[in-house]
Ligand binder design. Structure first.
Ligand code: ATP
Ligand code: MG
Ligand code: FE
Length: 350
């Protein structure tokens, strides 16, 4: 089954074709970063308009790269939420219209389920992590630990009470004068910084529980930065101290979640990590080491599929379409959407 995936929830237009027999056939991404940079954040109306401009050319490009005619598609998947309502409607409208014209089924995908399943996209089906496992979702808008009982059956174990991890990276970068969006740049700077010169708290690790809080860390960085010589070297050292604090905190909670995930059953040994912060090299190394030490495994998407992309939507949609699920013909999006309300995926064929 060849499924076109469309992602337009925020400031990235992502398109891909996932083939349930041959894997990922092609993918393309257009990022609106330059468009929003002068405003220091995403401007929703500008985002919607740019999706309108870019989506059809990207679909044509992706189909050409996949060597497919549009009529060869068996289904269309699109991000139906959560996200910016105008941006979502662009993807939903195009996806529904295309599916209707081609007389193929369409399905609205939960953006965070897309992120969550992205680590599974890499492996051939035999090597994929099998539920139950624990997922760490660390993106620009979410920081969640989820017990994945089955594909589509998600139980929230803990989440951030304030800033998301990616948001903390972006805001911390901004307060040290790095240009928008600063998260990846802060991480690059941390590579040059020395460990231990600045040490920040590992928030909420001193008490039981799986929730996070990252907004206090940002304030600690602000105070350290204001009281420093503000040299390039110091900026790098602070970046390193901040990154180490976030990475340690996430690793501590992941270990706890793996211990707790089973409830009455034995602890879980598989972790998957997704969302933009999952591209962070130090986080990947730390979680890899933790998993090895526990005798378990950890799965990540390739760095390009940690942040928003069409491939994860094509993949998540393909799993649901393959299981016989699809939506009716109305164009509906859900800007706020609880992932625990999703239907489980029960495969029709093995
Ligand atoms: P959501 O999926 O929650 O709606 P989003 O789609 O904006 O949010 P993603 O695209 O998954 O989030 O990820 C973007 C975030 O990832 C940004 O906050 C960015 O700073 C962060 N990020 C990207 N690369 C890195 C990195 N190497 N280290 C740390 N953070 C990173
Ligand atoms: Mg983005
Ligand atoms: Fe995202």
């Amino acid at each position: 089954m060849k499924v076109l995936g469309i992602e337009t929830s925020c400031d990235e237009t992502g398109v891909a074709v996932y083939d349930t027999d041959a894997g990922l056939r092609a993918h393309a991404l257009y990022s609106q970063i330059d468009l929003h940079a002068e405003y220091g954040g995403v401007v929703p109306e500008l985002a919607s308009r740019d999706h309108v401009r870019k989506l059809l050319p990207l679909i044509r490009q992706t189909l050409a790269e996949a060597g497919l005619e549009v009529g060869e598609l068996d289904g269309v998947a699109y991000t139906a939420g959560p996200g910016l309502v105008g941006a979502l409607l662009v993807g939903a409208g195009v996806a529904r219209a295309l599916a209707w014209a081609l007389e193929v089924p369409a399905i609205g995908v939960h953006h965070m389920e897309g992120h969550l399943l992205a680590p599974l996209l890499e492996d051939d089906p035999a090597g994929r992590p099998q539920p139950p496992f624990v997922a760490l979702l660390v993106s620009g808008g979410h920081t969640q630990l989820i017990h994945v009982e089955a594909i589509g059956r998600y139980r929230l174990l803990g989440e951030t009470l304030d800033d998301a991890a990616g948001e903390a990276f972006d805001k911390t970068a901004k307060l040290m004068g790095l240009p928008y969006p600063g998260g990846p740049q802060l991480a690059a700077l941390a590579e040059q910084g020395r460990a231990g010169v600045f040490r920040f708290a590992r928030p909420m690790t001193d008490r039981p529980g799986l929730d996070f809080s990252f907004s206090g860390l940002k304030t600690q960085v602000l105070l350290a930065w204001q009281g420093s010589d503000q040299s390039d070297e110091t900026r790098a050292d602070i970046a390193r101290g901040f990154e180490d604090a976030v990475v340690d905190t996430l690793a501590i909670k992941c270990a706890r979640a793996l211990d707790a995930a089973g409830g009455d059953t034995p602890a879980c040994d598989t972790l998957v990590v997704a969302g933009g912060v999952g591209a962070n090299k130090r986080l990947r190394a730390k979680l890899q080491a933790m998993a090895e030490q526990r005798g378990g495994r950890v799965g990540f998407p390739r760095p390009a599929f940690c942040t928003d992309n069409g491939a994860m939507i094509a993949f998540a949609g393909a799993l649901r379409l393959q299981a016989g699920q699809h939506d009716d013909a109305s164009v509906r999006v859900t800007p706020r959407w609880d992932m625990a309300s999703l239907e489980p995926v029960v495969s029709e064929k093995k």
